[in-house]
Write a new protein. Structure first.
Ligand SMILES: [Zn+2]
Length: 256
């Protein structure tokens, strides 16, 4: 069963995947001639190198060309920014859902390290020891530097309360997302029944054609030494936040 699901996932990604723009550097292969088709194919499929600052959210989306402003009509709370390759698929998904009476306006998209740090410290109970305080916040909020929202590929839509998804409207919207979001490249990463990581999040969807690269490079480039500058960072390693939370996602999405 898992195999079949994996194949379906891969087929859908092949249809959606585009290598363009998933990095900040200029195309290194601009001198490749069209006569050399092998080289062209290699350049098309080259996995772009992602700088650590993008993996950790230490950028300014207002000035960074890898990011775009989401038009206001799609933002429910404030001005949102997304990875430039994720915006069009998101808009197409939004418009398709709208035809079914479902509003996929953004509750949250890109979040910087600083914003995540602010959210983190709001919930951090300094009366507890660092391990307990961090564990408690980690039920729903990522440690600064470990959130997929840093990548601009992940969005929160509908409602960020699980009980909404027990209502008729919530069930209809979630069913629509499960059936249709993958057509646009979006997948639920925090699914039910995982053994590690955050609780289930029916509102959080990840644009895997780009986020898949971010995941791979996070694994290669980010260590616990990179997670500093916030309350409880001293217990990040003990709590294995990279292993258990960054990679505590649906197993079908781990090897993409
Ligand atoms: Zn989220």
């Amino acid at each position: 069963m898992n195999k079949i699901k994996n194949i379906i996932f891969l087929i859908s990604l092949i249809g959606l995947f585009s290598c363009n723009g998933a990095n900040s550097s200029d195309n290194k292969n601009t001198n490749t001639t069209l006569k050399d088709t092998t080289k062209v194919e290699e350049s098309i499929c080259e996995i772009p190198d992602i700088d650590k600052k993008y993996l950790l959210g230490q950028i300014n989306p207002e000035t960074d060309t890898l990011f775009v402003t989401v038009p206001a009509k799609y933002c429910l709370m404030r001005t949102e920014y997304m990875h430039r390759d994720a915006l069009d698929p998101y808009i197409q998904m939004y418009e398709a859902a709208k035809l079914e009476g479902i509003n996929l306006g953004l509750i949250s998209a890109f979040r910087s390290f600083d914003t995540q740090n602010w959210l983190w410290s709001q919930k951090y109970n300094t009366n507890l020891n660092d391990t307990d305080a961090a564990k408690s916040v980690l039920r729903y909020i990522a440690m600064p530097g470990t959130s997929r929202h840093h990548w601009g590929t992940d969005i929160d839509v509908l409602q960020t309360k699980l009980n909404y998804f027990e209502t008729t409207a919530g069930q209809k919207a979630y069913k629509w997302m499960c059936e249709n979001a993958p057509k646009y490249g979006f997948y639920q990463v925090y699914t039910k029944g995982r053994s590690t990581g955050y609780n289930e999040e029916k509102w959080h969807w990840s644009y895997m054609p780009v986020a898949g690269n971010y995941q791979k490079q996070y694994l290669d480039k980010i260590s616990y030494d990179d997670l500093t500058g916030f309350k409880g960072s001293n217990v990040a390693k003990d709590l294995k936040v990279i292993d258990n939370y960054v990679f505590g996602i649906d197993s079908l999405l781990l090897d993409q």
